[in-house]
Ligand binder design. Structure first.
Ligand SMILES: C[S@@+](CC[C@H](N)C(=O)[O-])C[C@H]1O[C@@H](n2cnc3c(N)ncnc32)[C@H](O)[C@@H]1O
Length: 191
């Protein structure tokens, strides 16, 4: 990995240390609108149980807590620094028991099978160590009929080619790609 790639990984990919904290502040500003657009794809209902993987600074979690105000919002992020920032941003909802943010990895989720109505990840899947394993693990914890949305901005470096096939391989159905300006999303259902 080049020095530039290593700095970008410490700032944004898996935020760590001072660079990671700075990266989280930048992400909170730059990805907010796009994160909201991805959440809109999920048609969140007041009593939905929602899982966000790679929530970063937690701006998506804030909106989810407003939309699923009688439900449950869980988040898993690899980075201790992002868990800290997202926790500070969502303290009230955490104390109320509505939001549950944990450090961890998508490849091994600390949730029971068939728990969530909706799941999402924004600009995160491209840095998972094994995207297929991660998607299968998300599928495991989703309810039958649950909906997943993945979103990617151009800065993620993720190509849209082969993405719908990857979701199908992970066991999802009704998979389709949505072009969103220069960004894109993928929606699918757990059968
Ligand atoms: C580029 S940031 C995106 C953050 C946020 N979703 C946004 O759009 O601003 C990628 C996030 O995915 C998290 N992440 C990376 N690998 C992960 C994994 N295997 N499991 C869970 N989270 C992961 C990182 O810690 C980081 O917070």
């Amino acid at each position: 990995m080049s020095i530039v790639d290593s700095i970008l990984m410490h700032m944004f990919g898996r935020p760590q240390g001072i660079l990671g904290r700075l990266g989280g502040i930048i992400l909170a500003f730059t990805n907010r609108e796009f994160t909201y657009s991805v959440i809109n794809l999920l048609d969140i209902q007041a009593n939905d149980k929602v899982l966000e993987i790679g929530f970063g600074p937690g701006v998506g979690i804030q909106l989810l807590a407003k939309l699923a105000s009688a439900g449950y919002i869980a988040g898993i992020d690899y980075s201790e620094e992002m868990v800290e920032q997202a926790t500070a941003r969502n303290r009230e909802a955490i104390e109320a028991g509505l939001v549950d943010l944990r450090q961890g990895s998508v490849e091994s989720l600390p949730f029971e099978d068939n728990t969530f109505d909706k799941a999402l990840a924004v600009n995160s899947m491209q840095v998972w160590s094994d995207a297929l394993v991660g998607l299968r693990e998300i599928r495991r914890v989703m309810k039958v009929g649950g909906r997943i949305a993945l979103g990617f901005t151009p800065y993620s470096g993720q190509s849209s080619t082969g993405l719908t096939e990857m979701l199908t391989n992970a066991g999802f159905i009704e998979t389709h790609l949505i072009e969103m300006d220069r960004s894109f999303g993928v929606l699918a259902i757990k059968p």
